[in-house]
Design a protein around this ligand. Sequence first.
Ligand SMILES: Cc1cc2nc3c(=O)[nH]c(=O)nc-3n(C[C@H](O)[C@H](O)[C@H](O)COP(=O)(O)OP(=O)(O)OC[C@H]3O[C@@H](n4cnc5c(N)ncnc54)[C@H](O)[C@@H]3O)c2cc1C
Length: 499
Amino acid sequence: MIKTDCLIVGTGLAGLFTALNLDEKLKVCIISKTKIEYSNSVLAQGGIAAEYNDDELLHQEHINDTLKAGSYLNDKEAVEFLVENAYESIKKLISFGVQFDIGADNKFLVTKEGGHSSRRIFHSGGDATGKNVTSTLIAELMKRENITFIEETMAVDLITENNQAIGMICLDKFEEYQSIYAKKIVIATGGIGSVYNATTNDLLATGDGIGIAYRKNVIVNDMEFIQFHPTAFYDEKNHSRQRFLITEALRGEGARLINVEEERFMKKYSPKLMELAPRDIVSQAIFREMYDTWTDHVYLDTRHLDAKFLKNRFPTVFNHLKNHGVILGVDLIPVSPCEHFLCGGIETDLNAKTSLKNLYAVGESANTKVHGANRLASNSLLECLVFAKSATEDIHKNIKSKQLVKEIDYNNIVSYNYNYKPIRKKIGDYMDEHVSIVRDEAGLKLTLKTLKKIIVNLKKYPNATKNYYETLNLATTAFLITEQALNREKSIGCHYRIN
Ligand SMILES: Cc1cc2nc3c(=O)[nH]c(=O)nc-3n(C[C@H](O)[C@H](O)[C@H](O)COP(=O)(O)OP(=O)(O)OC[C@H]3O[C@@H](n4cnc5c(N)ncnc54)[C@H](O)[C@@H]3O)c2cc1C
């Protein structure tokens, strides 16, 4: 048994930034179900959206762009809070040693992405923003004596007492149960990409925090708003469920979308914004083009751009494509949409507090309501930073000295060998077919029925393995997405219903 003041579950940007902002007098334990350095935050290429100045007009534009991308379903107060705290968040990252790209004039090189009315995206190492930011924060955290990192330990269930969170049951690297008791618990477990058969996410994104919270009746909402990224690299030879992302910033620098007949098609769908329309519009347009041309991809065209500039500006993308026989600036890049980001999640307020006392949620697992029906590009890393910081402010104000502990007996749950792959595949198949970019009532109902059966069976035969809990969380999050998609009858943002 471990006792700590604060337990943070997840070592992506949200978890790391929470830990770094906590008072060094507090004992903090941060766990990751894999290695510390693996997360979706590491994969982020585009950057962090922020107006690095005091210009109120520019701040207002960032607010307006966020609301517009979210089809005005966002919480306006939360969006204002996000944008107002953006400048401070970037400053804080710089104070920890993060180096954002700077031009010859010594000014930050900010870029533009879909839905942004001006250049305001900070990036680092060209397209290695996530990697650079997380590695800098991990190095900083390693210096802190109050912080204990525990790797390869998976949170599986919350421990509650008198309607408050008091601890977490975990499976350690030997798949032995361990309990960690904490006065405050922060869920920072990221997204749900593995619910689908194709995603840009690291496959560790199995919706664990959401499944854990939901099992204790914590409010989880807006799950129907799944963002499909328009331009994941389409590689016929890749049989992994994880797809390589081609950053939207490439379109920000002029890349165009053409169909297999080499027709530039975005003018039909968004004549003004063209390739820089919000992601829901671009993904739905590509889906339509693929349908009309009987193919499973379109192309990103960079042939009119300066190949040398592209190589320097997008080194990660350049190298990945080169390894797959495609040269940026020379060849057409086959792309298609796939799952990318969950806009909803565990409902939180401006202090990242959930509906359960002493439980917080930050990052992609949280529903701060800043994204509404569709996320504006590069707002999610910003959301991780802003709400992680506000969670710590609330923790500092409300942490009490008393720690509750309740003995849990896990001896009744045994572990046994079982192959969960077919169940995971079935979940992915149903979600791809019926709960993807285009949805209809019959498909949603059929999927819901199937998922209910899967969950009942999984619960009937508990198994003390990480694979079991991940599969249960996948089924639970898939169920929540489908149920909430069924309840929202009208199309809005990234939720598109044909009937
Ligand atoms: C390819 C790609 C590119 C992106 N580019 C951008 C971008 O340019 N700008 C932007 O704003 N956003 C971008 N995003 C989105 C953004 O990266 C994520 O929304 C954000 O990083 C989520 O951070 P997080 O800390 O919430 O979760 P993550 O970074 O996913 O971290 C989750 C952590 O939780 C741990 N974990 C999960 N479950 C458990 C468990 N049960 N027990 C213990 N640990 C657990 C994981 O091991 C991991 O450490 C991108 C996403 C992807 C996939």
